[in-house]
Design a protein around this ligand. Structure first.
Ligand SMILES: NC(=O)c1ccc[n+]([C@@H]2O[C@H](COP(=O)([O-])OP(=O)(O)OC[C@H]3O[C@@H](n4cnc5c(N)ncnc54)[C@H](OP(=O)(O)O)[C@@H]3O)[C@@H](O)[C@H]2O)c1
Length: 235
């Protein structure tokens, strides 16, 4: 099996890389990082530097990795050093909103576009993206967090649309949006105070939950939005 983890240096991404090495020791594992290549990994990981905002770089990587079974995109942002999720409309900053879209949605579009050929060969193909429940439109009761919510909702719509096209052209490929639950990573750090202890997961726990969901997914499930516990989430 050939697997690509995009954002293998992030909290959840790194845990996925480690868990795949344990669960699938015979797999050929590729992973990308932005600047800092993780050094504490045991086993063989083929690391590739990748700027996920560059279509040129994504295309170049797709020309190197021409056969894959699973692609799992773990890239995402919620805050930057000086900007965070908005409490109200007046706090919305267009540059920050665009930055959210450029990292939470556009990389998945470019990955699907350029790696569809690599997945086409596989009989157990998966195109998986770590989304977020706050991107669900029908589940939105609290409001706020405009940029993150809108970028994840756009991601979700992209994945649903992609799953419909690929049902026609790549029948074997399962497209899923996954919600990891609140996970103890740099992304959630500033927002963990109000999270009950038993609802703040370790990245290892999340990787343990998500991997069987990915492995056992069937083509009938393509275009689904699933939580870490396997629950079906509303778009
Ligand atoms: N943690 C949670 O509670 C939670 C909850 C719901 C959904 N999620 C989703 O889970 C996914 C993984 O998040 P995480 O918790 O693992 O966060 P994380 O530890 O902050 O990892 C985020 C990943 O995105 C990459 N990234 C961030 N900014 C980037 C940029 N400007 N250019 C290129 N790459 C960039 C990071 O690379 P660098 O390390 O190089 O920046 C890292 O690989 C995200 O899509 C997030 O929305 C997380």
């Amino acid at each position: 099996m050939k697997i690509l983890i995009v954002g293998g240096n992030g909290g959840i991404g790194q845990a996925m890389v480690k868990q795949i090495q344990v669960a699938y020791p015979a797999a050929t594992l590729h992973a990308t990082y932005r600047q800092n290549r993780p050094t504490d990994m045991q086993g063989v990981v083929n690391w590739h530097p990748l700027d996920v905002t560059s279509e040129v770089e994504i295309k170049q990587l797709s020309e190197q990795l021409t056969e894959l079974d699973w692609i799992i995109n773990c890239i995402g942002i919620l805050h930057t050093q000086d900007k965070g999720p908005e409490k109200n409309l007046q706090s919305v900053d267009i540059d920050f909103l665009q930055h959210n879209i450029s990292l939470n949605m556009l990389p998945s579009v470019m990955l699907a576009k350029h790696f569809s050929h690599a997945l086409k060969q596989s009989v157990s193909a998966r195109f998986i993206v770590i989304s977020a429940k706050v991107g669900s439109i029908s589940d939105n009761r609290l409001g706020g967090w405009y940029s993150y919510r809108a970028s994840k909702a756009a991601l979700n719509m992209f994945l649903k649309t992609l799953s419909i096209e690929w049902q026609r052209t790549m029948k074997h490929c399962v497209v899923l949006a996954l919600h990891p639950g609140t996970t103890d990573t740099p992304l959630s750090k500033p927002f963990q105070q109000s999270v009950p202890k038993d609802k703040l997961f370790t990245p290892q726990y999340v990787a343990n939950c998500l991997l069987p969901i990915i492995a056992n997914a069937t083509p009938a499930q393509t275009g689904s939005f699933l939580a870490y516990d396997g629950a079906l989430l509303p778009w």
